[in-house]
Write a protein that binds this ligand. Structure first.
Ligand SMILES: Cc1cc2nc3c(=O)[nH]c(=O)nc-3n(C[C@H](O)[C@H](O)[C@H](O)COP(=O)(O)OP(=O)(O)OC[C@H]3O[C@@H](n4cnc5c(N)ncnc54)[C@H](O)[C@@H]3O)c2cc1C
Ligand code: FES
Length: 352
């Protein structure tokens, strides 16, 4: 039997029970205590907090995200640390105004669709066994069968379709979940264990400035959820610019749907698919070059950036050069195991 300890979360003094094989973040998110987190795999350092009392096992925290001296000084990564006694932690429990996060729960899903939508890119449809409420931009953690690990994938569907989940999954050569499962023997009808919703890369309804959205590869998934959600709201006047980056035309997907949305919302949705390695009749160049040429300045806007970490970093630099502050930019880095091994955390200056 696994031992259970009490976790006290300061400064609010709330208490939750946490098993020795469960992360403190997991116990909190399942019990309605929201704490900042992003990757949930020990890579990004977003969930770093103070251990005020008690003993933890630091789990699989990357040495870059949590350095030795930080462990010695009593810091921990909440997504990795499991209690070894009753513990007290101090974290940033305040939820931004206008945001609401639902508690994390477990689901069993049935695979309903597997379609090739671009080179090395699949749309996977899942039907959940019960309703899930989430904010557009959030993700689920899926157990990879037989591998004893989870991988995280963002919902591309808008909230409101509470049992149907649409994922966009890109193949990683040598990857356990993608090469070894989703692009190998995953089949329609399979049962999949997952939990969610996670993450804070969510659409901020309170930020009604025009939004510049930058998506690289399957980084489109959470942004697609946001776009579908915002444009379906008849009361919203939010203006959206989407810059979708890919190498060649065969890497682009959802172009028809996005063009149709741009045509039906000409004043609210502006769509620029950009190819970096192929001349075509659309925008050519790195997505950052295309934004650079279209906007002289971006103050008065808000940014949403998602995709491979190098693209996210390049987009962040450009948006800041165009006069957006870090507080005006929301990012999701699709970190994987190689980023974790290489210490791929983002700049500590960037809190979101
Ligand atoms: C918040 C979040 C949301 C995400 N959403 C999406 C999404 O919607 N769509 C999507 O396609 N992806 C998404 N990702 C990425 C996804 O979670 C996986 O990381 C990705 O699919 C690769 O998983 P994998 O198991 O196939 O590869 P992994 O097994 O994780 O391997 C990845 C790469 O790392 C290498 N590697 C493995 N272990 C090591 C090691 N110890 N040292 C060095 N290299 C190593 C492998 O050879 C491979 O090249 C998201 C990531 C995050 C953090
Ligand atoms: S959420 Fe814990 S390190 Fe990324």
């Amino acid at each position: 039997m696994v031992a259970v300890h009490t976790v006290t979360v300061e400064p609010v003094g709330k208490q939750v029970s946490c098993r020795e094989d469960q992360s403190i973040l997991d116990a909190c998110l399942r019990n309605g205590i929201w704490l900042p987190h992003s990757c949930t795999h020990g890579t990004c350092a977003t969930c770093k907090a103070e251990l005020l009392e008690g003993e933890v096992d630091h789990g699989d925290a990357s040495n870059f995200a949590l350095m030795d001296f930080e462990r010695d000084e009593g810091r921990l990564l909440l997504c990795q640390a499991c209690p070894r006694s009753d513990v007290t932690i101090e974290g940033d429990v305040e939820v931004e105004e206008g945001l609401e996060f639902s508690p994390v729960r477990d689901f069993v899903a049935t695979v309903t669709e597997i379609s090739d939508i671009a080179r090395d890119t699949r749309r996977v449809g899942l039907e959940l066994d019960s309703d899930m409420t989430f904010a557009p931009g959030q993700y689920v953690a899926i157990e990879v069968p037989g591998q004893g690990c989870t991988r995280t994938y963002s919902m591309a569907n808008p909230p409101g379709q509470s049992r149907d989940v649409e994922l966009h999954i890109r193949r990683t050569r040598g990857g356990r979940a993608t090469d070894g499962w989703v692009f190998a023997d995953m089949a329609v009808g399979d049962k999949v264990n997952l939990s969610g919703p996670y993450g804070r890369f969510v659409f901020r309804v309170a930020r009604d400035e025009p939004a510049v959205m930058v998506a690289g590869g399957t980084g489109l998934a959470p942004i697609m959820s946001m776009i579908r959600h915002v444009l379906a709201d008849p009361d919203s006047e939010q203006v959206l610019y989407l810059f979708q980056g890919a190498r060649e035309e065969q890497d682009l997907y959802a172009v028809e749907e996005l063009r149709a949305l741009a045509a039906s919302h000409p004043d609210r949705f502006h769509y620029r698919p950009c190819l970096s390695e192929q001349q075509w009749d659309g925008a050519t160049g790195m997505v950052t070059d295309v934004i650079d040429s279209e906007f002289e300045r971006l103050q008065g806007h808000v940014g949403y950036v998602c995709g491979p970490p190098p693209m996210v970093d390049a987009a962040m630099k450009l948006l800041m050069r165009k006069r957006l502050f870090p507080r005006d930019i929301f990012r999701e880095d699709f970190f994987d195991e190689s980023d974790k091994a290489a210490g791929g955390m983002k700049s500590p200056l960037l809190k979101r």
